[in-house]
Ligand binder design. Sequence first.
Ligand SMILES: Cc1cc2nc3c(=O)[nH]c(=O)nc-3n(C[C@H](O)[C@H](O)[C@H](O)COP(=O)(O)O)c2cc1C
Length: 183
Amino acid sequence: MGCAMQIDTPPKFASQVFPVTIDATSFRHVMRKFATGVTVLTVRDGERLHGMTANAFASVSLSPTLVLVCILKGSTTHDFVSHAGNFAMNILSADQEHLAMRFAKQIAAPTDPFADVAQHSVATGAPIFDDCVAYVDCRVVAAHNAGDHTIFVGEVQAADFGSARDRPPLLWLDGKYETFPNR
Ligand SMILES: Cc1cc2nc3c(=O)[nH]c(=O)nc-3n(C[C@H](O)[C@H](O)[C@H](O)COP(=O)(O)O)c2cc1C
């Protein structure tokens, strides 16, 4: 492991008990009403690259510059990020829906899913898509246990725009890809 990572203990509030009135399916349907952008998380582990479509992504802190991403435990991406200690979040444009679908396994991917994607590396070596709207390139500084996901906190090592800086972003709403029609 190439990074100092802290795993926290359960918070003291965990002992408070409230009646639970929602099941996982209803919860998912409610959360589908929360419109988000769409990213592809990329990670480099030595010579190996991996990517995953992600929308559980947020800015956390300005000083130091921190972001978070939630990753399903047991997934390939979880193994990659835990082991490599880096990740980049590529914020996608509306023109990159095919990449969102590819890295979410919603469509078949080429043997090398990165081969036809123009990319470069900046700080950590995680792939940065040339044609993204913007990106952050991070080293993992903490990993928090959160149910069936882990919240990975990344300290931003580099952040900038891609060639699609002024293109409309790709959005995710109601289980569908969308964009701003008038932007
Ligand atoms: C729009 C969208 C957003 C997603 N966001 C996340 C996310 O934030 N975290 C996550 O673990 N999976 C997320 N997923 C699911 C993963 O992209 C998908 O399960 C992927 O195939 C996992 O890759 P892996 O098995 O190589 O780790 C999302 C899927 C879609 C379509």
